[in-house]
Design a protein around this ligand. Structure first.
Ligand code: GLN
Length: 426
């Protein structure tokens, strides 16, 4: 199809009846589908066909959904533009010539272009919210532990969650209802009912923000692109006119979020990606009498540049002698960010900021400058570090017609609050 949203177009039919009967749900290509190849956007897994379904895929099919295919993504989820995919970039249907965001760019583009009714993405540091914002659709990163990661190919397992991408908040909430809930095969899942809530997410999309207390973390607004801030402020005014109360809050330690996030994510990635050695998983490096050479060849050929960079940096940060200097410091920053979010959320029902501090980049603009690409994640990564739920909803467009997303962050297992607030806008 035209935007290169899919890596593999292969239809899997679900049950005849169920809450998703008659609807198509595209699945990001790092989520395992039995019998349908799952590449993670990498040449390493170009021929990998999983022998089992991820828990979320089982739940989709039981709910009657049809899967139209597997969507394009940055290689192993590492990127913010979908340009690190070994299968070529995806184009943004809402902003021609521009990137769809990433890493779940294929999923957001498929929904924005009407090539799927709904989609699943995964979000380690913004990979659902960023493409949702850039493509003008809705995306939810659930509380860590709400959705099973069984069958998700791990990038940074302490940070990531699978979540829905949809044209409206209500549709995203319906998909979240289907995939959420504890799973015996993922010990990090939690039952929302034991955390003082339930799974009636779609019913929460009632647009009622009367009396809702919205905190705006100034640290996530200052420094953002002017056109983005203007659009964001207009959307805040809209919430206010519907009865929400807006006030500023401070989360000063978010200025360390990007550096802490990348140390932790790369550290976990260097360990999680060790299995791709051409023997356990991945393209074979051949064998000429020396296993080290064989592993090295498989990884040299199978991985792209960004993945190699992250494995090297992650291995370095975790190595003896540097562990305290980088990894431990990053974990301290993570604890601090988490605590400040909890404090801010004790003074507000939800926190609002622009999802991305910049509008969608032009295609080809950011690949050669990894640092600028990492900094684009300033507003999304803190939420993963704090394990909290967040939604990105369309806030409007800049004067040049580029989509802008509003991010709403809630307390742990406070999905209903962010769904309610978001539904007032989309
Ligand atoms: N852009 C971030 C990264 O490259 C987030 C990616 C993600 O959430 N998978 O790590």
């Amino acid at each position: 199809m035209s935007h290169n949203a899919y890596i593999t177009e292969e239809t899997v039919e679900g049950a005849d009846e169920g809450p998703l009967a008659g609807r198509t749900v595209a699945v990001k290509d790092n989520i395992s589908t039995e019998g349908v190849r799952t590449t993670c956007g990498s040449a390493m897994l170009a021929d990998y066909v999983p022998p089992y379904d991820a828990t979320v895929v089982e739940r989709l099919l039981d709910a009657g959904a049809t899967i139209p295919g597997k969507t394009n993504m940055d290689e192993f989820g590492m990127g913010t533009t979908t340009e690190t995919s070994a299968f070529g970039p995806t184009e943004n249907p809402a902003a021609p010539g521009r990137v769809p965001g990433g890493s779940s760019g294929g999923s957001a583009a498929a929904v924005a272009a009407g090539e799927a009714d709904l989609a699943l993405g995964s979000d380690t540091g913004g990979s659902i919210r960023c493409p949702a914002a850039f493509c003008g659709v809705v995306g939810i990163k659930p509380t860590y532990g709400l959705v099973s990661r069984y069958g998700l190919v791990a990038y940074a397992n302490s940070l990531e969650q699978i979540g829905p991408i949809a044209p409206t908040v209500e549709a995203a909430a319906e998909l979240l209802e289907v995939i959420a809930g504890p799973d015996d095969r993922d010990a990090t899942t939690r039952d929302a009912r034991e955390n003082g809530t339930d799974y009636e997410f779609a019913a929460a999309a009632d647009g009622d923000v009367d009396g809702l207390d919205v905190g705006v973390p100034t640290d996530l607004v200052d420094g953002a692109d002017e056109g983005v801030v203007e659009t964001f402020r207009d959307a805040l005014d809209d919430l206010e006119s519907r009865g929400a109360e807006i006030h500023e809050v401070e989360i000063p330690s978010v200025c360390h979020a990007v550096e802490a996030y990348y140390v932790i994510a790369m550290g976990e990635a260097s360990s999680n990606l060790a299995r791709f050695d051409g023997v356990r998983y991945g393209v074979s490096g051949g064998f000429e009498g020396n296993w080290n050479e064989s592993f090295a060849r498989a990884r040299e050929e199978g991985f792209g540049e960004e993945v190699k960079r992250r494995i090297l940096l992650g291995t370095y940060a975790l190595s003896a002698g540097y562990h305290d200097k980088y990894y431990k410091k990053a974990q301290d920053a993570r604890a601090c960010i988490k605590q400040e979010f909890d404090e801010a959320l004790s003074e507000a029902d939800v926190l609002a900021s622009p999802t991305m501090s910049v509008p969608p980049m032009e295609m080809g603009e950011s690949l050669s400058d990894p640092m600028t690409m990492y900094l684009a994640d300033a507003n999304t990564t803190p939420v993963n570090l704090a394990n909290l739920p967040a939604i990105s909803v369309p806030a409007g467009e800049t004067e040049d017609g580029l989509p802008v997303g509003m991010q709403l962050v809630g307390p742990a297992f406070g999905e209903k609050a962010i769904i309610r607030a978001g539904s007032a806008l989309a």
